[in-house]
Design a protein around this ligand. Structure first.
Ligand SMILES: NC(=O)c1ccc[n+]([C@@H]2O[C@H](COP(=O)([O-])OP(=O)(O)OC[C@H]3O[C@@H](n4cnc5c(N)ncnc54)[C@H](O)[C@@H]3O)[C@@H](O)[C@H]2O)c1
Length: 401
């Protein structure tokens, strides 16, 4: 296999004879994504570097001719970069992520470039990490592990690492879209928790599922749980024992958890963030955790990734992991497949899939990653600006399933 050096980094070339040139700015997971691009007659150049590429490095790699790019959430896809892609003959971009706060969609639309993302397939994996962080924060998991491996464990003690019990407590969720509602259902069903949530929209489907769960609880003689769509975010923050954040990042959610709102939380509450770092004012959180040793936080994402706010990593009541919430093999390979199908389908002139259901493309979560039908939909799975660009859409009922 040949490689090429551009912008000071090495790019591995697959299918060198391919007629279309597609850049992939990081090595992806699995192999179906590459097959899909090769089947679309693409020469695929994959960046070997594990460092974040600058826009200049990406622009150099795009060069004079490039049909499409699969990029990362760590890159800033702004007007200039879309301009460079357009000038090189680029006709489509896909993010390797469901979130798209790193992309100037209006700029891409202005340049006539469809922008893809990878929704749906991160839901369970990300919700599972939020559950992990909730338990880890509630039960001093990392602190206790450190204590043990450092040889400090001399005897079982009645008060060693007393934590917060979760069972029958009140859960708070802000943003009950795909991931927030999956997390909510997992926590409520597993721990018989009451729930208070806040979103711009009432989640009727989640409420139906909570109602069905209550029917089941009644049948087995258990007290039903209470659920409430809060009138304000403050209500969630004040009432809940655990607050988990799952909205997308935009101007309405930037620093949603600031010093003032942290003060409204119970002193021994737990705050979890598996959405985007800037949703929390991280410096304010460090201060709050110092002042309230009974408070705990579980974080997958950070305000200025990969940097951490001074003092954050030294706090015993904060559990931190390096943005790995969606890092399961199934999810990451399904994301790669969807990103590559966004590219391949637009290059082939296919319409855009008009449903949020990705199973026709990648099967059920946790499966083998192959589509359930021999003839998967001939459509780009998720193009964010399809309507603005006037691209044709394909209704699931009309697809060959
Ligand atoms: N940590 C990770 O690795 C990881 C993985 C996947 C997704 N994410 C993040 O999680 C976010 C949510 O993903 P999703 O698939 O559930 O998206 P989604 O669009 O299904 O859900 C987002 C929800 O947030 C709500 N919302 C938006 N602004 C709000 C506000 N101001 N107040 C209350 N609710 C608000 C929306 O109405 C929506 O219901 C993504 O945008 C992404 O940034 C992070």
């Amino acid at each position: 296999m040949s490689t090429v050096q551009v912008g000071g980094v090495e790019w591995q070339i697959y299918n060198p004879q391919g007629k279309r040139r597609v850049l992939v700015t990081k090595k992806l997971v699995g192999d179906r994504w590459l097959r899909e691009l090769e089947n679309a007659d693409c020469r695929v150049e994959v960046c070997e570097s594990r460092e974040i590429l600058s826009n200049q490095q990406i622009a150099e790699a795009i060069g004079n001719r490039c049909d499409a790019v699969i990029g990362q959430l760590t890159e800033k896809w702004n007007d200039d970069l879309f301009g460079v892609l357009k000038k090189a003959g680029g006709v489509v971009y896909s993010n390797f992520a469901v979130g798209f706060d790193n992309i100037d969609i209006a700029a891409a639309t202005k340049h006539g470039i469809p922008v893809g993302n990878t929704p749906g397939v991160l839901t369970e994996a990300t919700a599972e990490m939020a559950v992990c962080l909730t338990y880890a924060a509630a039960r001093h998991l990392l602190e206790a592990n450190k204590y043990l491996v450092e040889g400090k464990y001399k005897s079982w003690l009645p008060d060693l690492f007393l934590g917060q019990q979760i069972y029958r407590k009140k859960l708070g969720v802000i943003g009950t879209g795909r991931i927030g509602s999956a997390y909510a259902l997992s926590m409520v069903r597993g721990n018989l928790m009451d729930i208070v949530y806040y979103d711009k929209f009432t989640n009727k489907k989640m409420e139906q599922q909570l109602e069905q769960f209550n029917q089941y609880l009644k049948e087995i003689g258990e007290k039903p749980i209470e659920y409430k769509n809060a009138a304000s975010m403050e209500q969630v923050i004040q009432e809940a024992d655990i607050v988990s954040l799952h909205p997308n990042l935009d101007s309405s959610t930037y620093h949603l958890m600031n010093a003032e709102r942290l003060q409204l939380m119970k002193p021994n509450a737990i705050l979890v963030n598996c959405a985007r770092g800037p949703i929390i004012d991280e410096a304010a959180l460090v201060e709050h955790c110092k002042q309230n040793p009974g408070f705990a936080a579980g974080l997958d994402v950070f305000e200025h990734e990969p940097a951490l706010a001074p003092g954050l990593k030294d706090l015993p009541n904060v559990v931190i992991v390096p943005h790995i919430a969606s890092a399961t093999f199934w999810t990451r390979s399904a994301m790669a497949t969807i990103a590559s199908l966004n590219i391949a389908s637009i290059l082939k002139g296919y319409p855009c899939w008009s449903s949020g259901d990705m199973t026709p493309f990648v099967g059920e979560p946790g499966g083998n990653g192959e589509p359930p039908s021999d003839v998967p939909p001939l459509a780009a799975p998720s193009i964010l600006n399809a309507k603005e660009l006037g691209l044709q859409s394909l209704q699931p009922s009309k697809a060959a399933l």
